[in-house]
Design a protein around this ligand. Structure first.
Ligand SMILES: [Zn+2]
Length: 462
């Protein structure tokens, strides 16, 4: 029988390359990404996202948005067959009219991602992107160069206001592949010359390696940090416990997931710099940044964001609803009234910081990271439930049936099973008497494809 030659995957080539070649490979990938991200008169584009604009009146911002929206809808109607019969042929007269346009569901993209793309685009110039999808079903979507560039510019403009201009040395923690998961010796990071970025693996953050990571951060002389806040929080806890010397950072700007305000303050104390959390998705880019009052302000020059209830109606100030995004980034790969699947709580009043773009007081995470009780309540924040537990290394609260919760516990050496009685009691207080609550020991908890641990997970459709 003839042996067929199988091409090794990119990852296999990378794993078997010497360090100098790995560095060339990651830089080649960075060049490819930069071709999408920062091109044309990029400096001018960043300048047009000047963050001082957010201090202008709400009226002025909305007038600008309406013009921008009509321009987008006209172009999309002309370019994207899917939208030809869906979008109105007359300009909208107010932003409220946007609610007459149907929302875009993830399932529509999953079924036919190419149907939502302008017919004049050369497919070879598109960037196929994948999200892990909360229920484990990946979603593939496409972005053109215009979209990618318009996602990057507002973020670069915000970074600059913190003294963290793109190009200054930085460290990033994310799920990007750096080293095989089985590697037990540093380095768990690689320097990407093109970005001046120490790319650190979030997968190798085990306690015995914390000192190595901190030393690498110090020695690479990075000026700011980005990426997963949970990774920065782990290192912050180590710094405070050990007294090890932190790197000198101007700020840490996090993305991809959220941490509580208490955890955020721990990171700030440990690293001695401000921490700014952001919200965004791969599909629509970064659309909200925390201000100094820790509210998430919408980048209103990048997108129109609605927060709606289960019936699609806008929620009142102070209430929680689903985040729906209309991105101004591109008419070639448009996202119009896109259901992100994430929940946010609107602010009830103007933010004391003086910006007039809309703000949220909290991002509640994904709908699938919430439990729905038999009496119809959505419960998301349950991090306090496991607090009375003694010797819990990690835990996950899973809804496995309409009326059944399992608390999965990875025990530490000093785990006290009896303490779980108190945990169950707290859980019952929040979830009500109609929910059965059990707990079980597990050896480890699954991570998402992006390497994140989900503390609350709903494993049934509701
Ligand atoms: Zn504010």
């Amino acid at each position: 029988m003839m042996r067929r030659f199988v091409f090794p995957s990119q990852q296999q080539i990378y794993d078997h390359s010497p360090h100098w070649l790995q560095r060339i490979l990651v830089n080649a990938e960075a060049v490819r990404r930069e071709w999408f991200r920062r091109h044309g008169d990029y400096r001018q584009l960043v300048a047009s996202h000047d963050p001082s604009w957010y201090y202008r009146s709400r009226d002025e911002q909305e007038t600008w948005q309406l013009t921008q929206l009509n321009r987008l809808l006209t172009a999309v109607r002309r370019r994207v067959p899917f939208y030809r019969d869906i979008l109105p042929d007359q300009p909208l007269t107010s932003l409220a009219d946007l609610s007459n346009i149907p929302m875009l569901h993830k399932e529509q993209i999953r079924q036919n991602p190419l149907a939502l793309i302008a017919e004049d685009l050369d497919r070879r110039t598109l960037w196929p992107r994948k999200t892990s999808g909360s229920t484990g079903t990946p979603l593939t979507f496409y972005l053109d160069r215009e979209a990618t560039r318009n996602h990057q510019a507002p973020a670069d403009a915000m970074l600059a206001t913190l003294g963290c201009q793109f190009g200054l040395p930085r460290a990033r923690f994310s799920g990007a592949y750096v080293a095989p998961y089985t590697r037990s010796q540093p380095p768990f990071w690689i320097w990407i010359d093109l970005y001046h970025q120490l790319q650190c693996s979030a997968y190798h953050l085990a306690p015995e390696f914390y000192p190595h990571y901190i030393r690498a951060l110090r020695e690479s002389r990075v000026i700011y940090g980005t990426g997963y806040p949970t990774a920065w929080h782990l290192l912050a806890t180590y710094l405070l416990e050990s007294g090890d010397r932190p790197p000198t950072l101007r700020a840490i700007i996090t993305d991809s997931e959220g941490i509580s305000i208490e955890q955020q303050m721990v990171v700030e104390r440990a690293f001695g710099c401000p921490v700014v959390q952001t919200y965004g998705t791969g599909e629509v880019g970064q659309i909200a940044w925390q201000c100094e009052h820790r509210r998430y302000h919408i980048l209103s020059r990048a997108a129109i964001v609605e927060v709606v209830d289960d019936n699609g109606r806008p929620v009142a100030p102070g209430e929680t609803g689903q985040i729906i995004v209309t991105s101004f980034a591109s008419s070639g790969t448009p996202f119009i009234r896109y259901q992100t699947g994430d929940l946010a709580t609107l602010a009830a009043d103007d933010c004391p910081c003086g910006r007039h773009n809309p703000s949220w007081v909290a991002i509640e995470g994904r709908i699938d990271d919430r439990i729905k009780t038999p009496d119809g309540r959505w419960i998301g924040r349950l991090s306090h439930v496991t607090k009375p537990g003694i010797g819990i290394k990690e835990s996950q609260i899973a809804q496995v049936a309409r009326d059944r919760i399992v608390i999965r516990v990875v025990p530490a050496a000093d785990f006290v099973p009896a303490s779980m009685t108190a945990v169950i009691e707290v859980a019952r207080r929040y979830l009500g008497p109609t929910m059965q609550i059990e707990w079980e020991l597990v050896e480890r908890l699954p991570r998402t494809r992006a390497g994140k641990l989900r503390h609350v997970v709903r494993e049934i459709e509701v």
